[in-house]
Design a binder for this molecule. Structure first.
Ligand code: GDP
Ligand code: MG
Length: 213
């Protein structure tokens, strides 16, 4: 990865990160794909251009070692530069997988014609983009491609504390106080009901709204 360097670095804390790759066949369309990524609500946390060696490509795709398509996959992934991103947004892994679509571009064109693989993929090997499939693989793959960067796997300490103390703790404290006063038989259900009835994000409605005609 001798030509790889971090081009963009925004040290922000997001709920979830995933690894995206623009594969060698689609690098010439990287700008267009990047626009789709940004339009879809992702933040580019890190970005780099990398040319993998065959050994690095084999390591990256180690889970597929022994499969029929492994040699062609490794040859393809090391055939030219790729563009690698760590992307942040809520449910980044699932959203990015959805946006890229099915593995095989032919299937993608049939079932999800506006997905990235339908638009930019060519065949079963050259399918334009990669996306991590689980939280564990996202962590591993981000570390693989950005080894010098530290990542926080969980919404990080102070961020989570601030979020909870702003949005949850005050109302939870009130609910728990009421719970202790009432001592219901089933405290969990009681608290759940109390929270539903006292959600500060929803207006209190005493009567059902009559529909306007
Ligand atoms: P992905 O997670 O959707 O990328 O799919 P996989 O993890 O199953 O496969 C990794 C990559 O190997 C795919 O993105 C394709 O580039 C390639 N690949 C997967 N299945 C096949 C196949 O049946 N034939 C060929 N030629 N390549 C495949
Ligand atoms: Mg995969």
């Amino acid at each position: 990865m001798e030509d790889g360097k971090v081009i963009v670095e925004k040290p922000q804390i997001f709920v979830e990160r995933t690894l995206a790759i623009i594969k060698p066949d689609a690098v010439s369309r990287a700008n267009e794909i990047e626009e789709i990524i940004l339009r879809s609500g992702f933040t580019l946390l890190q970005k780099r251009r990398v040319h993998l060696t065959p050994e690095q490509a084999s390591d990256f795709y180690a889970e597929h070692y022994g499969k029929m398509f492994f040699p062609s996959l490794v040859a393809f992934m090391s055939s030219g530069p790729i563009v690698v991103y760590s992307l942040g947004r809520e449910h980044a892994i699932q959203h990015w997988r959805k946006l890229i679509g099915p593995t095989k571009p032919k299937t993608a064109k049939d079932v999800q014609p506006d997905c990235i693989r339908a638009l930019y993929g060519t065949d079963d090997t050259r399918n334009a983009v990669h996306g991590s499939d689980t939280f564990t693989s996202a962590e591993r793959e981000i570390r693989f491609m950005f080894p010098e960067a530290t990542i926080e796997p969980i919404p990080a300490g102070q961020f989570a504390k601030d979020y909870l103390s702003r949005n949850v703790n005050p109302v939870l404290l009130k609910g728990l106080t009421e719970l202790c006063k009432n001592k219901p038989e089933d405290p969990i259900t009681w608290l759940a009901d109390w929270l539903l009835g006292n959600n500060p994000n929803k207006p209190n409605v005493d009567e059902p709204l009559t529909p306007k005609v």
